[in-house]
Design a protein around this ligand. Structure first.
Ligand SMILES: Cc1cc2nc3c(=O)[nH]c(=O)nc-3n(C[C@H](O)[C@H](O)[C@H](O)COP(=O)(O)OP(=O)(O)OC[C@H]3O[C@@H](n4cnc5c(N)ncnc54)[C@H](O)[C@@H]3O)c2cc1C
Length: 403
């Protein structure tokens, strides 16, 4: 049986980050990563559309926590120890410069996730961390003061273990056998499938600032909205998918949303439409976009209000004005299913946060058993926050595991 001081299960973002930090803090430790794949860091590779959205330019711990539908309360303390600014410095010290994009997302200046992978791989070599590929954890149990780990072909003993296996159902089952409870996994960060004549044939159209409510729930979000080939995407939708991950799963992804495309009330909008009726009396309604909406969306909403292509503002009747105001401020769409958001998706669910000490990321049930990353019931909206959770948890676990 191979004996190590520290074994990290899972060679993803959290696993590599932890291994490097532990090895640096205590070079005397014998450390191994057990990774089931032939290569590690596969999610890092595809992340952020191949560019790896490493973190987010949000530097106030309390504000940063607001991006985590699950984990908000628990991450506040940890973010005071290690957060976005520390992530930037950590990578900079190792020759990886990050840049901030307009929306706050941060990427390597190279625009390539390979830069992050190369950094992690060269650091593990420099620090003598063993990476054992093709090792799938099959069982984990306490043996005296050690942890005994079995993979398909090998057995290992370790004084301390970090579980960093992401959203792996089999590992969650093994943790249940160790008496941990697991919040049921459901997808987060997905787009909404909507088939509706008002958005048919206009993929790519973006309304810059909408408000969306999921009817019969308290879920509300705001921000940009993108029309896709199969429905809606962009931050306003992704936020709903994250904060509503559990509720929307319960509804089997069939529900209604109400969109306010212009963020005015129905009545305010109606008053403005009446003014337009006077001011633009001789102009054709459909031809001149109002409220800064994209032209093709304006046209669709006008037609959906029973205002045909030739009607001039002067000719619109009260019913049509009401209908247009309703389309602009409270348009209801049927959502029927979800699709994968290619840039980033995560799983809500994982190890129950009540069973983890967030000062150390150690299990409250078992000494010398630690967790970091997506294995925990923590997830965030899109924007680099999911990786930040992995970096923070791993960094703090490393402080304790290296002792
Ligand atoms: C397409 C996509 C794009 C994304 N883009 C971004 C982004 O740009 N920014 C962002 O912040 N987040 C992004 N995310 C989310 C982010 O990738 C995850 O939150 C993050 O990778 C979690 O890190 P982790 O180390 O906990 O898990 P993972 O990265 O999933 O790593 C877990 C590792 O454990 C291994 N493993 C699993 N089971 C076993 C076992 N039994 N034995 C041994 N090894 C095992 C797996 O093979 C894997 O290598 C993206 C996710 C996806 C799917």
């Amino acid at each position: 049986m191979k004996q190590y001081n520290v074994i990290i299960i899972g060679g993803g973002a959290a696993g590599f980050f932890a291994a490097i930090n532990i090895a640096e803090l205590n070079p005397d430790l014998k450390i191994a990563i057990l990774e089931k794949g032939k290569e590690g860091l596969q999610k890092v590779k595809v992340s952020g559309g191949g560019r790896c959205n490493v973190t987010h330019a949000q530097f106030i711990p309390k504000e940063l926590t607001l991006n985590y539908p699950r984990g908000e309360r628990e991450l506040l303390g940890p973010f005071h120890q290690f957060m976005t600014g520390d992530t930037i410095e950590w990578f900079e010290k190792r020759g990886v410069e990050l840049k901030i994009e307009e929306d706050g997302r941060m990427f390597p200046v190279t625009n390539s996730s390979q830069t992050i992978i190369d950094c992690f791989l060269s650091e593990t070599i420099r620090l003598g961390v063993e990476i054992l590929y093709g090792q799938t954890l099959k069982s984990i149990q306490v043996a005296d003061s050690n942890w005994e780990l079995e993979t398909q072909g090998d057995a290992f003993l370790a004084e301390k273990v970090l579980v960093a296996t992401g959203s792996n159902v089999k590992v969650w089952k093994m943790l249940e056998d160790l008496n941990h409870s697991i919040a049921e996994p459901v997808p987060s960060l997905f787009t909404f499938n909507v088939s509706d004549r008002r958005i048919k044939g206009i993929p790519g159209v973006v309304a810059q600032n909408v408000e969306i409510k999921v009817l019969k729930t308290n879920l509300v979000s705001e921000g940009p909205l993108l029309v896709t080939h199969v429905g809606f995407s962009a931050p306003a939708i992704l936020k709903l998918s994250a904060f509503g991950a559990l509720e929307l799963a319960e509804m089997d992804y069939k529900f209604q949303i109400e969109i306010n495309f212009i963020r005015h009330s129905f009545n305010t909008c109606l008053e403005q439409l009446k003014e337009l009726k006077n001011d633009l009396a001789k102009k054709t309604v459909i031809k001149f976009t109002q409220f800064d909406l994209p032209k093709r969306l304006w046209q669709k909403l006008v037609l959906a209000s029973n205002i045909n292509e030739d009607i001039k503002w002067a000719e619109i009747n009260k019913l049509q004005l009401d209908a247009l105001s309703a389309q602009l401020t409270k348009a209801v769409f049927e959502v029927n299913g979800k699709s994968t958001f290619k840039e980033e998706f995560v799983t809500a669910g994982g190890v129950n946060l009540k069973e983890v000490n967030f000062k150390t990321f150690e299990s409250k049930l078992h000494k010398n058993l630690y967790f970091a990353g997506e294995v925990l019931n923590i997830d965030a909206i899109t924007g680099g926050f999911n990786f930040q959770n992995a970096w923070t948890g791993s960094f703090i676990a490393a402080q304790n595991m290296s002792k």
